[in-house]
Every structure is written in structure tokens, then in C-alpha cells.
Design a binder for this molecule. Sequence first.
Ligand code: KG4
Ligand code: ZN
Length: 338
Amino acid sequence: MKILGIESSCDETAISVTEDGRKVLSNIVASQIDEHRLYGGVVPEIASRRHAENISWVAKAALEEAGCTMDDIDAVAVTYAPGLIGALLVGVSFAKGLAMSAKKPLVPVHHIAGHIASNYISHPDLEPPYLCLVASGGHSHIVEVKDYTHYHVVGRTRDDAAGECFDKVARTLGYEYPGGKFIDAAAKLGDPKAYTLPKPRITGSEYDLSFSGLKTAVINLVHNAEQKGEKIDREGMAASFQATVARTLVDKTMLAAENLGYKTIGLAGGVSANSGVRALLEKECAKRGYKVYMPELKYCGDNGAMISCQGYYDFLAGKRADESLNGIATLSLDAISE
Ligand code: KG4
Ligand code: ZN
């Protein structure tokens, strides 16, 4: 079964054709990063306009690369939530028109469910149930993946997402947007013990996360140093910050795994590309004899293949949308699992 998957929730116009949920036949990503970088972050109106300009050629290219026409496609899957509303609406409207004109079923896909599904592409043996740590620019979740279409979010960030925190710290250290990958590169050259940073503490839910205190601590340290005319050890700060984030994310995930009885762990979302997070998760899982699954680097960030892959499982579960499908800016994974 071939699914055409469309992703436009943020700043990538991405379309892919996959077969039977695991095999990628094409994966086209038109990134707008170079333009948003000029403003230090994603400008929603620019994102919507670029999606509108790019989505038709990206779809054509995805079909061409897969060696398909719409006649060969069994269903159209599209990210409808969560994300920037104007950006989502471009993908949703395009998907509705495409599905209607080609007389194909339309499958609505949740963006975070898509990130989780990126591991199905990279790991043919992975099957639910398992516990997944999802860390992206907009979300940080610890999720019980009960089956291919049912989730239970056991922990979430109370404030900033991990990726957002990477980007803000990167900006403070003078790196371009989005700075996660620059922190990752700088951290490789620095001493993770160069600075003592506060490890986020949360009262209440034991699996919840928080990154704003850590972000503020780095910003204050850097600004105080600047005011005193002292030089910041950028690599040392990047390494110390990254080690603190990785430790926080991995410790919470290990705690949830132990308490909830999971021995299979997944990692997903843009921050899953981070070498420090990957290495620490691998090490802690190996210590406990857990199996760990991470997406290939090309499927960590937003892409159409993950939406197409999740669309296959949503299709099998009978999820369908009609021409009234709308974009939804905020929608939890729990809400689609009832
Ligand atoms: O999943 P994603 O592509 O978009 C959202 O759904 O938000 O995640 C983007 C985030 C950005 O904050 C970016 O800086 C971060 O993922 N990111 C990284 C790395 N690569 C991307 N963060 C840390 N280390 C990386 N290597
Ligand atoms: Zn994403």
C-alpha cells in the first residue's frame, strides 16, 4: 500500500511516498530555514507563504522520485495538528484538493505521532508497545506508545521544549538559528564540566520536564560575564548545557521506563539528532539491558516520510477525514488516543 504523506506544520514543506509504512520511495524536503534565520526564528506568515509557493512542486517531485502517479497512491496523509495554524492550513487544504481530485481516502496525522513513526522507517523490527522520548522544537514528551495509534503522555515539559532551549542558548552564545546543531558541534570541543548549571527540578509529576530555569541560568551567566568584560568559554558552555539537557531527558525517561515496566525505548523529534542525547540514552539503556531505537539523522527533523509512515498505520486503524478537515494548532496525543 502506497501513502503520500504531507508535512507543513512549521518551516519545512515536506512530501514523501512510502510503501507499507516502512519503505521510503521518495522524501522531498523544501526547507525555509535560510529565510527565517534572518529573523532569528520562524516567522509564521512567511512560513505559510512559502508553503503555498512550494507545496505543488514538492508533491510533483515526491511522486516523480517514487516513480508514481496519483493512480498508484492508495491514500493521502497530512499533518493537521499541532503546529503553526497558517502553515498547517496550506498542507491540509492541498491534501484535501489532491485527495478529492484523485478520489483517494484522506488520513489526518498528528505531528508528534509522525515523529514517533520515524523509528519504524529506520528499524523494521520495532513494534509497540514501548516508551518514547520525543524532544523537538515545540514539544518534549515522554510517551507510552501502546500500539501504532494509541498513546499515553506520561511526562511533558512545563515550560520550554528542549529544542527551543537549545535554540535560545545557541542565540545567547552567538550561533545562528536554529542553533541546536551548532551547540552539538561546539559541545564536541568543550569540557562538559566547564560550568555548573542547575539541573531542572520539578515537583508534582515525577516524569514532567522543565527547561526554562536552565535556559535563564545560561543567559544570566553569559550576560554577567559580558558585563564584567570576561570571555565566555563557548565550547565549555555548549558542552555543559548539552550534558545537562541530555542528563535530564535521559534520567526522566529511565525513571518512567523502570516504574512503568518498559524495556524498549524510542527517541524521536528534532533533538533526537543530538549526539549527546543519543550517546547518553544508548549508555543508560545498555546498562539496564533495554533495547533502544533512534531515527536515522535524515528522519530526526520534520519530514514527509514520518507522516506517510504514520498515515499507513492510521489508515489501517480506520482513521479518515472528509472535506471538512481543519488544522488544529494545539492538540495533545492523548486527545487522539481515546
Ligand atoms: O522536530 P523538529 O524538526 O521541529 C519541530 O517539530 O519542532 O525540531 C527542531 C528542533 C530545533 O529546535 C533544532 O535546533 C533542534 O530540533 N535540533 C537539535 C539538533 N538538530 C536539530 N538540537 C540539538 N542537537 C541537534 N543536533
Ligand atoms: Zn517536528
